[in-house]
Design a protein around this ligand. Sequence first.
Ligand code: ADP
Ligand code: MG
Length: 232
Amino acid sequence: TEELLRKSDKLSVVGQLAAGVAHEIRNPLTSLKGFLQLLQKDAKDETETYYNVMLSELKRIESIIGELLVLAKPQAAKYDRVNILSILNHVITLLTSQANLKNIEIIQTYRLSQPIIEAEENHLKQVLINILKNAVEAMENQNHGKIFVSAETNEQQNELKIEIKDEGPGIAEDRISKLGEPFYSTKEKGTGLGLMICSKIIKDHGGKLSIKSELEKGTTISIVLPIKQSIQ
Ligand code: ADP
Ligand code: MG
């Protein structure tokens, strides 16, 4: 089954609002956290656990807010010429130690006539980190497996295709349509915002994000991006 994530279509207005709210919440949250940490220092044994719970709940709010902030529209879309190879290498380096700890190997294959595309570097990194993290998290429990990362250019169509394929448990057919819905997560500590944000960013780039998955075989996420932005 292959599913194109379209959920982000409805998101432009709601996403702006969510990002705005997230931004407003961030400062009071920082001050709450600071004072809690201060109070924790002279906590008695019986209240120590309360502080730990409060701080870990705050951490969770922070991670949700951090993800929502990505939805904020950049002041002016700044598409730069970026090198996709260095972006992929950077992102893979970030996740390699986490992968190695779980016996997961990341294998890269590139067929690029040239590695330069027009994109928002930080947003693109965010997308690739989210997807690679999902792949690592999917295989964490089995404690072995490979992640295949590939990129190839299609000159005729002026497109770049990136694929991230894992050997995790896969996703049941009836669940694939839920992916990209905000807050849909099967993980205890998941936010369920990652894929929604990825598809929004890719759509803003004029690209497409699709998911193919087979139970017990694994999941492949494909991203197709225009090499050159036509509208800026
Ligand atoms: P989160 O990672 O916070 O749960 P995401 O939006 O990144 O949120 O993913 C939503 C859900 O999609 C995950 O909870 C998981 O159930 C499923 N998922 C995403 N990527 C994969 C994958 N590579 N293999 C299996 N399931 C996946
Ligand atoms: Mg995720």
